[in-house]
Write a protein that binds this ligand. Structure first.
Ligand SMILES: [Zn+2]
Length: 257
């Protein structure tokens, strides 16, 4: 049955196009979806590094195709959050793909810990589901045993989705795992204390990510660490100043990762 309210795809509206620093893909299931312009730098970097390693245009095309497939999986992760949020009556203003991952901007914060738990779990669950499906396809086709290009692409995508699913479940608030922790803890100690526990743990883990990223040569991890550090700090400040936000407040609620 066609959902008239949210068709699978529609063109971006003039309001969606207001941000000139993004490519507007259109509205997918009613949600404006865009790719930030800085994403082009990632593609250029992948193109240059693949060319300098392999000196082959086929390798460059494969590298870019693989990167786009991984980012499509990140997009599906964000839609996991957005569609479960919709089930709880929370719409998503837009989804943006950035070089460090995706962002779903929910129109309000889930006031019920149960909603936060399911919205948080949905993103990583999408990636773990994709990993399991592609692994089954690979085994069914016998491609893993025979090796070759298909096996390389499939195993690469299985690995990437496992990493996306498991990394986002690390309990570093405001990453998904941190939100799961907060939702579970708030049943026992209330939302304010649960936010403090999750945000403080997020900050400790951010330091760990930062050190790992710096010494392991992973610049993206350093960016994620900075994001987690500042976002956890902002959330700590918020609960200190305004312990009980009015239910259904209409601030845009940024759901990263
Ligand atoms: Zn997520």
């Amino acid at each position: 049955m066609v959902d008239v309210k949210h068709p699978f795809f529609s063109l971006p509206t003039a309001a969606d196009r207001r941000d000139r620093w993004s490519w507007h893909l259109g509205r997918i299931l009613g949600i404006p979806t865009r790719i930030h312009a800085s994403f082009a730098l990632v593609l250029v970097w992948i193109g240059i590094s693949t060319w300098s390693a392999a000196h082959s245009s086929v390798a460059v095309a494969l590298g870019l195709g693989f990167a786009l497939a991984v980012f499509a999986c990140v997009l599906l992760h964000e839609f996991g959050h957005a569609l479960v949020a919709r089930r709880f009556g929370i719409e998503t203003r837009r989804i943006t793909l950035l070089p460090i991952g995706g962002v779903a901007e929910l129109e309000r914060e889930p006031s019920d810990p149960r909603a936060e738990l399911w919205i948080a779990v949905a993103g990583p669950a999408v990636n773990l589901g994709i990993a399991a499906t592609l692994a089954l396809v690979g085994f069914a086709l016998g491609s893993f045993a025979s090796g070759g290009l298909l096996a390389l692409v499939l195993s690469g995508l299985v690995w990437a989705n496992l990493m996306l699913g498991l990394f986002n479940l690390v309990p570093a608030f405001p990453m998904d795992g941190g939100r799961v922790l907060r939702a579970l803890a708030s049943k026992r100690v209330g939302p304010v204390r649960a936010t403090q526990i999750a945000a403080k743990l997020g900050r400790y883990l951010a330091v760990g990510f930062g050190v790992w990223g710096l010494f392991g040569g992973q610049p993206v991890l350093v960016l994620v660490a900075a994001f987690v550090w500042f976002a956890a700090g902002r959330e700590l400040k918020r609960v200190r100043n305004r312990p009980a936000p009015p239910a259904g407040n209409r601030v845009i609620y940024v759901w990263r990762g």
